[in-house]
Design a protein around this ligand. Structure first.
Ligand code: NAD
Ligand code: ZN
Length: 341
């Protein structure tokens, strides 16, 4: 079958022809319709230090997808041939304490599709049936291919009560922009988002940000005061992985504020712990999506009318993958979708 893999330990990806994956008793085979490119895939394409330490070549990459179930393992229940599915890219062990408690997102033995085992940038993906999520008809293939990052945004944003709250989001990548839309949808008052990239800040404005500010030109504190906020932000979502962005959060939180951290710093990161202590801040780390509460919530939010299609800025035929990855490297993209049909 056709697949996009990391075949050599150097920059790039290669179209190749691995055998169709095997389907175990508890697995399904998905014929891929569309896939979206994650920042992680871009790291693997660019072959940065993290990828060199993590990815074993040769391997098919990719974990954001939508497709159709074309084969069912003998033990699979609750799915049928022809079902349109996306799925959770984190395969959990099922026997650790958290898995047994139904808190699969906290499994300590998680394996990543397209990171630790073959991924979805292929004609066919085999995965545990328990990781699939059936897509309601009203959700388009393009949107369904982006449920994984939309789920990161939903898991992070829905960690706290947002109704009537003032929210600061640092990082207007696709996930920060998705989170902006969710915060407004569920009833936040002001949503201020920061970045250093004007293209992405424009997109965040389109998705409902009260203010989208370029921190190289404007400050968060001035913006808050212009909005009439006298006591600081109630909630912050860190979605850049950048130290100065975290500093912006710590300096601008109200006392007792709640912070969720999704952005992954590239190395150890020092912060001003005095601000955390004396402001009585609450900090929560976020990894992945809750299985499967986040998936139910996010599909319900879409069905309730939130339109995230403006965040999907580019579509490519999969054969033009190189152009797609290089465009992402320019930073002038929201989500980029690859068509496998
Ligand atoms: P992205 O790289 O597209 O977006 C990050 C954004 O931060 C970029 O637009 C960048 O310009 C911006 N930025 C850079 N410096 C900044 C600054 N000083 N202030 C504010 N913004 C700044 O990434 P994404 O796909 O939207 O993901 C967001 C973050 O979440 C990344 O760090 C990613 O690695 C991480 N992530 C974590 C998980 C998880 O499970 N914890 C899952 C997916 C992604
Ligand atoms: Zn587990």
């Amino acid at each position: 079958m056709k697949a996009l893999g990391k075949l050599k330990s150097q920059k790039g990806l290669w179209m190749y022809d691995p055998p169709k994956p095997e389907v175990g008793n508890n697995d399904i085979l998905v014929k891929i319709k569309k896939t979206a490119i994650c920042g992680t895939d871009l790291h693997i394409y660019n072959w940065d230090q993290w990828s060199q330490n993590t990815i074993k070549v040769p391997m098919t990459i990719g974990h954001e997808f939508v497709g159709e179930v074309v084969e069912l393992g003998s033990e699979v229940k609750g799915l049928e041939l022809g079902d349109r599915v996306s799925g959770e890219g984190h395969i959990t062990c099922g026997h650790c304490r958290n898995c047994r408690a139904g808190k699969r997102h906290l499994c300590r033995n998680t394996i990543g599709i397209g990171v630790n085992r073959d991924g979805c940038f292929a004609e066919y993906l085999s995965m545990p049936a328990g990781n699939a999520f059936k897509i309601p008809e009203s959700i388009s293939d393009d949107v369904a291919s982006c449920l994984d990052p939309f789920g990161n945004a939903a898991h992070t944003a829905l960690s706290f009560d947002l109704v009537g709250e003032d929210v600061l989001i640092t990082g207007a990548g696709p996930i920060g922009i998705f989170a902006t839309a969710i915060c407004r949808h569920v009833g936040a008052r002001h949503v201020v988002i920061t970045d250093v990239n004007d293209y992405r800040l424009d997109l965040a404005r389109k998705m409902g940000a009260t203010k989208a500010i370029n921190v190289t030109k404007e400050s968060v504190s001035q913006t808050a005061s212009d909005l009439g906020m006298t006591e600081g932000f109630d909630v912050a979502l860190e979605m850049s992985g950048v130290r100065s962005a975290f500093d912006d959060i710590l300096s601008n939180m109200n006392h007792g504020g709640k912070i969720a951290l999704l952005g992954i710093p590239s190395s150890e990161m020092a912060i001003d712990w005095n601000k955390v202590i004396f402001k009585g801040l609450f900090i929560k780390g976020i990894y992945g999506r809750e299985m499967f509460e986040t998936w139910y919530k996010m599909t319900s939010i879409l069905q309730a009318g939130l339109d995230i299609t403006p965040v999907i800025t580019h579509n490519f035929k999969v054969d033009d993958f190189e152009e797609a990855f290089e465009l992402m490297n320019t930073g002038h993209t929201g989500k980029v979708v690859l068509d496998w049909q």
